[in-house]
Design a protein around this ligand. Structure first.
Ligand code: SAH
Length: 499
């Protein structure tokens, strides 16, 4: 078989990125946009020794798991990879992915016994509170916004995204008009020139506060009054549209800022932002707690599922009110505040200074007085503090919630020294979770329970909460007894010798 050959295959499995897997002439063939049970005609695009990557040409017999995508750009856009699959099946695919990672990479042999059911979403649409739209131009040079196609920077123009809040549609429209009328130059990534790079929107689902942040390759955005007027009109038009709808929260434009990013980089936000209208943050609620969120701060994108995720983490933490807890990679202190209500003391650590500022404000806002936050890399701060004062900075329970690359080795080694009774690992990438588990289980921890939580319908992303307990204290007790026995015997021998 060679490149450009056409062949017919039946999809029998799913890959880690949500692609279908079939077999042809002894080769494993990966095909995007397919699902288990599909019989499809495909064109081979890349052929290696035993495997090939193919493009879907025709669905000859659709799988029973197929669904009609809600977005007509779903196949081209890199954002959603599972929209063609029923939500029930998506949940099964994600739970299996978590299970496979923990078994194959993590070496957790009894994973079937430890897995709890995946916590899925009730309404897998309009759930995202944050959107980041790259800005580009069309063939005529007119500005457009959208998302990148998978694995490229080619822009798929969009007037809306059904995963986001409905207010994004009028905001996108308003921003396109602003770009045209203001004459602000659109950023050209290749030549690193032009001004406007990205549009970021955030909505507090519980508070109705709307944040808009424009990322620019420069210091100033022209005609900001025009932009603000258009954004206010956009928010008002959405309010008029959704008035009287069930669960509707009236929206307010609360914060407009520019984020300065003059680097030639894939990173979206710059290091600092400047408020040009309203506040420098918005607020939202998860459970009973209120959170202040700056443009730079991480805040989970699906607030409803986040409540369930943190609830699970809290359950696994098993707090009684007496514990000292570390919340590592704490962001704006979301998990820390959940924990603080049930613990004696919570320490949090996070790399983004604005997020720690928010975390301290959030503790105050929620009248929480037993938290302490540190800015810096967890892998530098925690080992240093623990070495300086192991009694003060010890932990009964540790929660880690790292970015996709997982925990740094230096941090894991300190966790092993710290010997917490329980370790709750909240992960957004099952593969790095499994890698870290493989390390921790060699060092005396054991996996007790695992729950996948779906925060990202229609994409392969999945969060996992994992409870690990520490077997070491028992083995130390065991060892100590043995040593005591040893000395007792020696003493007894000495005594006998004397006699
Ligand atoms: N627990 C928080 C944030 C989790 S996201 C919540 O649920 O909202 C991961 C966080 O880790 C981000 O806020 C990111 O800024 C932070 N981070 C990334 N690398 C880090 C590091 N080396 N040390 C500490 N924090 C880091």
């Amino acid at each position: 078989m060679k490149k450009n050959d056409l062949c017919e295959i039946v999809i029998s499995d799913m890959g880690k990125d949500g692609e279908g897997i079939g077999h042809a002439e002894g080769m494993t063939v990966f095909v995007k946009d397919t699902v288990v049970g599909d019989r499809v005609s495909v064109k081979l695009m890349k052929v290696k020794k035993n495997l090939a990557f193919a493009r879907l040409m025709e669905i000859l017999e659709p799988s029973a798991y197929r669904a009609v995508p809600v977005c007509d750009k779903a196949r081209a856009c890199g954002g959603c990879t599972l929209q063609h699959i029923s939500y029930e099946k998506q949940k099964e695919i994600k739970a299996n992915h978590v299970k496979n990672c923990l078994l194959r990479i993590g070496g957790v042999q009894n994973i079937d016994e430890l897995m709890e059911p995946l916590i899925g979403m009730e309404e897998p649409l309009h759930f995202r509170n944050k959107m980041q739209f790259p800005v580009g131009v069309d063939a005529e040079g007119s500005p457009r916004l959208g998302f990148y196609a998978g694995h490229t920077h080619s822009l798929i123009p969009l007037s809306d995204c059904p995963m986001g809040h409905r207010v994004n549609r009028p905001i996108l429209q308003a921003f396109r008009e602003y770009l045209t009328e203001s004459g602000a130059a659109v950023y050209d990534e290749e030549n690193h020139c032009g001004l406007v790079r990205h549009l970021l929107t955030r909505v507090g689902f519980a508070t109705g506060e709307v944040m808009v942040c424009v990322v620019i390759n420069g210091e100033e955005l022209p005609k900001t009054e025009l932009l603000i007027r258009k954004l206010q009109d956009a928010v008002e038009s959405e309010n008029a549209q959704s008035e009287g709808e069930k669960g509707n929260v009236g929206l307010t434009l609360s914060s407009v800022s520019v984020s300065v990013n003059k680097e030639k980089t894939n990173r979206i936000l710059g290091d600092y932002s400047r408020t040009i209208y309203g506040k420098d943050h918005i607020e939202d609620k998860i459970g009973e707690s209120t959170f202040r969120i700056a443009p730079e701060s991480f805040f989970q994108v699906n607030p409803i599922q986040t409540g369930k995720l943190y609830g699970k983490a809290l359950e696994y933490a098993g707090l009684t009110g007496e514990e000292t807890v570390w919340d590592m990679y704490c962001g704006i202190g979301t998990i820390s505040l959940f924990l603080a209500k049930k613990a004696k003391k919570v320490f949090g650590v996070e790399i983004i200074p604005q997020a720690i500022e928010n975390a301290r404000e959030n503790a105050e806002l929620n009248h929480v007085t037993n938290t302490e936050f540190f800015v810096g890399k967890a892998e530098e701060i925690v080992p240093r503090l623990y070495e300086e004062d192991p009694e003060h900075y010890r932990a009964d329970v540790v929660v880690v919630d790292p970015p996709r690359k997982g925990c740094d080795a230096a941090l894991l080694s300190t966790l092993v020294k710290m010997q917490p009774k329980r370790l709750v690992y909240v992960s957004c990438d099952p593969a790095t979770l499994a890698r870290d588990i493989a390390f921790l289980t060699k060092e005396g921890f054991s996996v007790e329970k695992v729950t996948p939580v779906d925060l990202f319908a229609n994409s392969m992303h999945v969060e996992t909460v994992c409870l690990l307990s520490n077997r070491k204290p028992d083995s130390y007790v065991h060892l100590n007894l043995k040593m005591e026995d040893y000395y007792r015997i020696k003493d007894a021998e000495k005594e006998q010798g004397k006699k």
